[in-house]
Design a protein around this ligand. Structure first.
Ligand code: HEC
Ligand code: HEC
Length: 310
């Protein structure tokens, strides 16, 4: 804060408190001549002249104890000014700062929580997937850090893979899943319309549909096949079953990241697709990532069990 602002804040703050003090003193001075004793008739007390339905407003001073409470709060205000950083750049005699307090509390919370996670640090991932306590923690890590993209049930959304269907872009072995989480993944497919020619895109799209066993015009599909072999097989494999080293999806199953209808497939081919899984090593640390991985691995749906990775 510049000295100008600092001075401005200090002056306004002190002025306000002093003004309160003056107001109190001033109103206390304007004593009405005689306060009515309790039980005295209303005729003895001065009134403000305001009256409504026979109810008169008295003009009696505030009780002493009440006024003294006000003086006390003002004294408290000055003490506070001295102890805490309330006046611009002045840091207060206690040296307290909100940043310091936050760091302290964060460190305390960490110290409490870290041992919880560390207890599982030495156990192999496969073992964690069977450990109820580890899975409870893993679930909460997932809810806090992953659900925004993958959904609270880990079933994903368009462009964000379902993590519990047993179908993997980058491999479903425990170590592969952990690597996806810790180091992130970058799936990128270039737009190929210019290379293929706009007129041939529908044929290739239909061929992709036929790969997944969907009804497709066999003549069109046959036209698309050679294009697939030259341009797509490098990443998606000759048979279209994908390549976990590149994150290239298996096109022969019925799991689609970006949609499996003709238009979505044609769009994938024309414009390309990309998806980024951010690296979480720095964000959540290895211990938490392993718990999240264990939870995901424990959630693979029964139908997918035994199907294995891509
Ligand atoms: C350089 C490697 C590469 C090439 C070449 C490539 N792809 Fe892809 N393709 C990918 C990757 C990686 C993805 C996943 C993108 C993502 O992570 O969002 C993908 C996604 C797709 C999808 C979407 C799949 C889904 O589940 O929604 C389709 C369809 C597709 N590719 C078809 C093709 C066809 C057809 C060709 C050839 C004309 C082709 N790809 C060429 C790497 C490639
Ligand atoms: C900002 C959004 C985002 C967040 C947050 C995020 N992910 Fe992802 N994740 C993605 C995307 C997008 C992909 C797909 C990358 C691609 O297209 O290849 C992905 C891929 C993955 C994969 C690989 C899936 C496969 O089929 O191989 C795993 C495992 C994964 N995420 C786990 C997690 C976990 C665990 C967390 C929380 C610690 C998390 N993700 C947080 C967006 C996110």
């Amino acid at each position: 804060m510049s000295t100008g602002w600092s001075l401005y804040i200090a002056v306004v703050s002190i002025f306000n408190v002093v003004a309160c003090l003056w107001l109190l003193w001033w109103t206390a001075r304007q004593r009405a001549p005689a306060a009515p004793k309790s039980g005295a008739s209303s005729g003895d007390a001065p009134t403000t002249g305001h009256e409504w339905d026979g109810i008169q407003e008295f003009n009696t001073p505030l009780p002493k104890w009440w006024l003294n409470l006000f003086y006390l709060t003002i004294a408290f205000g000055f003490v506070y000014f001295a102890l805490y950083p309330a006046l611009g750049n002045y840091s207060g005699t206690t040296g307290w700062t909100s940043a310091q307090e936050h760091d302290q509390q964060a460190a305390q919370a960490d110290a409490l929580i870290q041992p919880l996670f560390r207890a599982f640090a030495d156990k192999p991932l496969e073992q964690l997937t069977q450990d109820a306590a580890a899975l409870r923690l893993g679930r909460s890590v997932f809810a806090n850090h992953c659900a925004t993209c993958h959904g609270s049930d880990a079933q994903g959304a368009k462009g964000f893979p379902n993590l519990i269907d047993g179908d993997w872009l980058w491999g479903g072995e425990p170590e592969q899943v952990l690597t996806s989480i810790l180091d992130g993944r970058n799936g990128a497919m270039p737009g190929l319309e210019a290379v293929i020619g706009a007129d041939k895109v529908p044929a290739v799209a239909v061929y992709v549909q036929s790969l997944a066993g969907n009804k497709a015009d066999p003549q069109l599909a046959a036209k698309g096949k050679p294009v697939f072999a030259t341009l797509c097989a490098a990443c998606h494999g000759v048979d279209g079953r994908g390549n976990p080293a590149l994150g290239a999806p298996n096109l022969t199953d019925h799991v689609w990241l970006h949609g499996g209808d003709f238009n979505s497939i044609a769009h994938s081919i024309r414009a390309g697709r990309s998806g980024q899984m951010p690296a979480h090593r720095e964000l959540i640390g290895v211990d938490r990532a392993r718990l999240a991985a264990a939870w995901i691995l424990s959630q693979q749906t029964a139908s997918a069990a035994g199907q294995g990775g891509r």
